[in-house]
Design a protein. Structure first.
Ligand SMILES: *Cc1c(COP(=O)(O)O)cnc(C)c1O
Length: 240
């Protein structure tokens, strides 16, 4: 059985887009200011295809091998249909030995947490491609096991990334701890927004706050998310 038989991805996307529109209005965000990244990790090609059919163009993946087969399959299909390319966003942990393929296959990386990875991605980004759009991942809740840089280290990493010709620094990303209520969820996202505002006040020109998932997108939109990364609310529950 295919995943799209059990769960109507087109319907879920329509419902989600309508919800994002209502939240933009409720929190005084301009209409269309929150972009939807469909997190298709672990989902089969046909699920991504169903989302494309429903108008979705940007997809998030966190596992290189799994992503590559989808990127290739969809590129072939889109070529036949004469559509412009989809955009692919890497959102997971990055090992050094994977940077070359990530630099070749993706348009965005949301999970820059180390200088070494940033330097490799920049060196390995082919010069005929546009610079790779990147966000620095911030460990906003200070969890010891979590990826991302501490808030106080963001500026120095941002300066390094800014100097790398193969990368285009767009902003910040975070995955805060699940919060018990709206007020504490908003507090974590506000910390990320404050960090972005600080950087911009210091002369950076950053336009992206990648924050909010299926369970906390309202709090994220309230605090200024420009990209929400949504998996479950589009594709249904993941089984691995
Ligand atoms: C899986 C994942 C998401 C999507 O999570 P959902 O709860 O399924 O919406 C968003 N961001 C990152 C970094 C993820 O790994």
């Amino acid at each position: 059985m295919q995943s799209s038989d059990k769960h109507d991805i087109g319907q879920a996307l329509a419902t989600l887009r309508a919800r994002i529109g209502r939240l933009e209005e409720r929190y005084d965000r301009p209409a269309g200011s929150v972009d939807l990244l469909a997190v298709s990790k672990t989902m089969p090609v046909d699920a991504v295809q169903a989302a494309v059919k429903a108008g979705q163009r940007a997809f998030g993946e966190n596992h290189l091998q799994d992503a590559r087969s989808k990127i290739e399959a969809l590129a072939a299909a889109e070529k036949i249909a004469g559509e412009p390319p989809l955009s692919w966003h890497f959102i997971g942990d990055i090992q050094s030995n994977k940077t070359r393929e990530i630099a070749a296959s993706f348009d965005w990386v949301h999970s820059i947490g180390r200088e070494k990875i940033a330097r490799r991605l920049s060196e390995q980004r082919a010069s005929e491609l546009a610079p790779l759009c990147v966000c620095i991942e911030v460990n906003i809740s200070g969890e010891p096991t979590k990826a991302g840089v501490a808030p106080k280290e963001v500026e120095s990493l941002a300066e390094i990334v800014l100097s790398l010709p193969g990368l285009r620094l767009r902003g910040l990303m975070a995955i805060p701890q699940p919060a018990p209520d709206m007020a504490s969820a908003r507090l974590a996202f506000r910390q990320l927004r404050d960090l972005l505002d600080d950087l911009n006040a210091k002369g950076f020109d950053l336009d992206t706050l990648s924050m909010g998932m299926s369970g906390d997108l309202e709090a994220a939109i309230a605090e200024g998310a420009t990209i929400v990364r949504i998996g479950t609310a589009i594709f249904g529950r993941r089984h691995r």
